[in-house]
Design a protein around this ligand. Sequence first.
Ligand SMILES: C[S@@+](CC[C@H](N)C(=O)[O-])C[C@H]1O[C@@H](n2cnc3c(N)ncnc32)[C@H](O)[C@@H]1O
Length: 273
Amino acid sequence: MAAPEYVLGYSEQEQKRLMKQASILRGWTERFFRAAGLAKGMRVLDLGCGMGDVSLLAADMVGPAGEVLGVDRDAAALGLARERAAQNGCAGYISFQQNNLEEIRPGELFDAVVGRYVLLYQADPAATLRHVASMVRPGGRLIFHELDFGTVVPPWPEAPLWMEVYSIMSEAFRRGGNPPDFGRRLARTFLDAGLPWPTIQAEIPVGGEPGSYVYGWVADTVRSLIPRIEQLGLSTAAELQIETLAARMEAEAVALGAQLIGPTQFGAWVVKP
Ligand SMILES: C[S@@+](CC[C@H](N)C(=O)[O-])C[C@H]1O[C@@H](n2cnc3c(N)ncnc32)[C@H](O)[C@@H]1O
């Protein structure tokens, strides 16, 4: 099965968006990693590392006695990830490799394989998981942070612009072949990969207040999705008035006092038998 074309693209704006998004997600990812037992001294493989944010977080957690390898197919992102590792003083124990996930063949086994927002982009996520599970030592961990934005939870009072934009975002993923509700499929995916039922935790972002991060997060994501949205005939940059989208979603929610429910964040992990 061929992987669908990568829906968010590889633009400079997408690189910046990934780093902004990473600062929103870091606390949740860290909690999932801690609960899953990521600890000092471990050797970690980060799948689809992009700009390196999860690799950098893992490096903070494993420390200089540990080791992190980030893998992504995007050479430009990896160049920036290397610079960031040097700036953070952890270049000695992080390395990055340009590769497709299905082609990784490391020599040694890892204590943990981790990934954030990566399984949903695979043509066959269970096959990817099965492949990478073979790189984890028995007693090691597989830990994934994925999301579910497949269905808009109507805010109360209802906020029509938020609901429309959220639905377009979700539809652009669905019709492009990437399940926006992948977070809900984690248990089944682990089982299909031949792994035990994972421990799963969830966190839900909530916004609506003045200055909330959710407006910029959604508007930036929609901006990266514009080529796909236009190609699918879901809307256009002009119709969405992309330049003012974040401000208009904020004005709407604040005027209504609407509590906005964002994408559910799922952490799922197993200890490899
Ligand atoms: C949404 S980004 C997430 C980046 C990073 N994990 C984070 O949370 O900041 C997904 C990344 O996975 C990479 N990716 C997806 N499928 C891949 C594959 N089959 N092989 C290599 N890289 C892949 C993309 O290039 C992209 O950088």
